[in-house]
Design a protein around this ligand. Structure first.
Ligand SMILES: Nc1ncnc2c1ncn2[C@@H]1O[C@H](COP(=O)(O)OP(=O)(O)O)[C@@H](O)[C@H]1O
Ligand SMILES: [Mg+2]
Length: 307
């Protein structure tokens, strides 16, 4: 029998989504005789719990900081327990949008132009930043935390609301300011070395924000298969696989793109994509003939240490 410890919850802003992912994974496995499954919070008792339960595999269902950025992975490596998804360094790099964008650019993967901004000690919005934005970009621009997820504190800004939005995000020490890319929103799932497929999102809201992602009442349209020419589709899949390999990701990843004027812009790569039954990776998998349980079992079989 395989003992599976699902890590879910945690202190990040994506806690609720993680609890949903954890529950979905638990429900998929709980009735199978070959598994003994428990769900754990990554709290101060975690190491004790791991040593007591002695899992065959830790299924990492955490999202965001602490769970997706290399921290928890370091603990799991130290405990020498097999775990799912990406390892320490690749998790850190993927979660840090500044570091990953530098790598994309160096390796000729298109990503929106950006610069980093550090708030000063008093979190005052300096005039300098406004003129810098004006010099470098055309409005609208996007401001976002350097390492957050689920569109938390991502703002699309025009000249009128830029100062107000900068204030809202000033709790983060460092942010990215990006050129806004209009056009289509397409995401790609990679499973190991396999190009699993793509999905297009058409939000009814201004953009693909937290509500559009998780509230079914926001009525975001999911389009699969994505309407692209064969060669564009191949191009897209190859960029996602290249990014996955470049960062050294393991298991499953989901890459977020904007498609505009025939160019795919990679926004980011997610190393802990949502795994609720309504999430995008399971939807892409299902369309390509892989059921939810098969996806979860693939991820479990792929688990290891030294990732
Ligand atoms: N440069 C950009 N141009 C247009 N839309 C963007 C840009 N950056 C982010 N967005 C929108 O915000 C969403 C979340 O941004 P993303 O960089 O993927 O961060 P998160 O980690 O929060 O998902 C994207 O899916 C997209 O809809
Ligand atoms: Mg994203």
């Amino acid at each position: 029998m395989k003992k599976i410890l699902i890590l879910a919850g945690g202190p990040s802003k994506e806690r609720e989504v993680s609890l949903e992912t954890g529950k979905s994974v638990f429900n998929a496995l709980k009735n199978k005789k070959k598994y003994k499954v428990i769900i754990c919070e990554p709290d101060g008792e975690l190491i004790k719990k791991i040593r007591r339960f002695r899992p065959s595999v830790v299924f990492n269902a955490l999202h965001g900081r602490f769970g997706e950025d290399g921290y928890i992975q370091t603990i799991l490596e130290a405990e020498k327990v097999k775990y799912t998804h990406s390892g320490v360094l690749s998790s850190y790099v993927a979660m840090n949008k500044e570091v990953s964008k530098k790598l994309f650019i160096k390796n000729k993967i298109k990503t929106p132009r950006y610069f980093k901004y550090k708030f000063n000690k008093n979190n005052k919005i300096e005039k300098k930043i406004i003129s810098q934005i004006k010099k470098k970009f055309n409005y609208p621009v996007v401001i976002k935390p350097k390492n957050e997820g689920s569109s938390v504190h991502v703002y699309i800004c025009n000249e009128k609301n830029i100062v107000r939005n900068l204030r809202k995000i000033s709790q983060y020490k460092e942010i990215l300011i990006e050129q806004f890319i209009p056009g289509r929103e397409i995401q790609v799932a990679i499973l190991g070395k396999r190009k699993l497929g793509a999905i297009e999102l058409k939000p009814k809201r201004k953009f693909y924000d937290y509500e559009a992602k998780y509230n079914s009442k926001a009525n975001t349209k999911h389009i699969i298969p994505v309407d692209l020419t064969k060669s564009d589709y191949e191009k897209l899949m190859n960029i996602a696989l290249k990014a996955h390999k470049l960062i050294g990701c393991k298991g499953v990843t989901r890459s977020d793109f904007k498609f505009y004027n025939g160019i795919f812009y990679l926004l980011e790569i997610n190393t802990q994509p949502g795994m609720t039954k309504l999430s995008l990776v399971p939807e892409i998998a299902a369309y390509n003939g892989m059921s939810f349980i098969n996806l979860i079992e693939w991820i479990i079989k792929d688990a290891s240490i030294n990732r």
